[in-house]
Design a protein around this ligand. Structure first.
Ligand code: IMP
Length: 180
């Protein structure tokens, strides 16, 4: 069965994603000029954002990864955040930029920022490719946002439904027949 048959609409194309990330990289390069930069990716959703954003940045940087869980296999946020894999790096005195795929409720990121802040970094900022409207409620300060999207469940470019669809190059909505 083809992946295409599971999708309804392409919300954001591969070209749009790459162009937006290139723009964000210009802003980031300017803001972090002269500062050391540590990109922190949140597994697994942020792998594509991390890969493309980091390569759009023509400067020295380091990358590290965390894995947290906030979702089960469904499509609604549980609000429970757990560290599955912590950073390998000591971030005290470092400028940390979290690379994220999406902010939905913002629960995951607000928790993550507080957690990282407690380790004494020089700064912690967020770059998220997508933001849903509900994110307003948590007042998470996201410095770099790729696209504002409607409150729909989306897949692709790192985002999954039940572990699948992360390898799509674009961001798309899922056909109801997939939800079962
Ligand atoms: P939040 O805590 O509600 O902001 O959820 C953040 C996490 O939920 C993201 O990092 C994603 O892994 C997942 N998530 C939220 N919305 C979607 C979606 O539309 N598609 C796929 N995953 C999503």
């Amino acid at each position: 069965m083809h992946v295409e048959q599971d999708l309804t609409t392409t919300l954001i194309t591969e070209e749009q994603i790459q162009r937006r990330l290139a723009d964000l990289a210009v802003d980031i390069a300017e803001d972090y000029d002269g500062l050391d930069l540590l990109l922190v990716g949140v597994l697994k959703g942020a792998v594509m954002v991390m890969a493309d954003l980091s390569r759009a940045l023509d400067r020295h940087l380091e990358m590290d990864w965390m894995a947290v869980s906030s979702y089960g296999s469904g499509t609604t946020s549980s609000g429970v955040v757990r560290i599955l894999k912590d950073l390998d790096t000591d971030i005290s005195g470092r400028h940390v930029l979290i690379a994220e795929d999406i902010i939905d409720t913002g629960l995951t990121l607000s928790w993550l920022v507080a957690n990282l802040e407690s380790r004494g970094p020089a700064s912690v900022n967020i770059c998220a490719l997508l933001r849903k409207p509900d994110a307003q409620r948590m007042s998470v300060d996201v410095k770099y946002v790729g696209f504002e999207i409607p409150n729909e469940f989306v897949v692709g470019y790192g985002l999954d439904y039940d572990g699948r669809y992360r390898n799509l190059r674009s961001i798309a909505t899922l056909s109801p027949h997939v939800y079962g």
